[in-house]
Design a protein around this ligand. Sequence first.
Ligand SMILES: [Zn+2]
Length: 202
Amino acid sequence: MAARCPICGWLATSGLCPCGAAAKRLLPALVPIGAKVLARAGRGPSMQCWDRGEVQGHLGVLHRVGTSGGVYWCEAEDILPDAPEREALFTEGARVWALWVDSRWYPGTIVGVEGPMRRVLWDDQDSMWMEARNMVLMAGTTGAPRVGQRVLARRWDSSEDSGTVEEEDADRCRVVFSDGDENWIPKADVSPLPMNPFVDPE
Ligand SMILES: [Zn+2]
């Protein structure tokens, strides 16, 4: 059973996470009672929404989390604890995953700082002021595009769009765009999208 790093949001399997913060602190097996957290009710394709809440109690490995949507019983994997050092790390220009009003995580950039509040500009150009507890630092793999990876790629009309790599050869990828269009594109024009720590591997 793994806990989540409160800075990057990734599961710190064997105590390590992509941002390195988990290695520098002891992640407790149980998030303490009274801790402010983000939590989800369960896992799976219909369980992508994270609610704000507070740990109210423990039962074995389970946390009783009170949220506006009701009480959830969560393992550590389904809880993102708050951490005081977020305030110092979440500075202007930082790339983050931030919780949008639909309670899902989307990529964005911090463009304003006011005390505990951060202005997030999401990559689709929406923006909002919100508490730093509603975001994590973006960390994780980029590098060369691989089959199965979500990418940003240039279309024939030179607009950029997101898609998935379905096939590759030495220097090109076959990218299927979100609207079903597909194309063989030079790898130089394909950039992997950072992986979302809150999406379960398929
Ligand atoms: Zn981390």
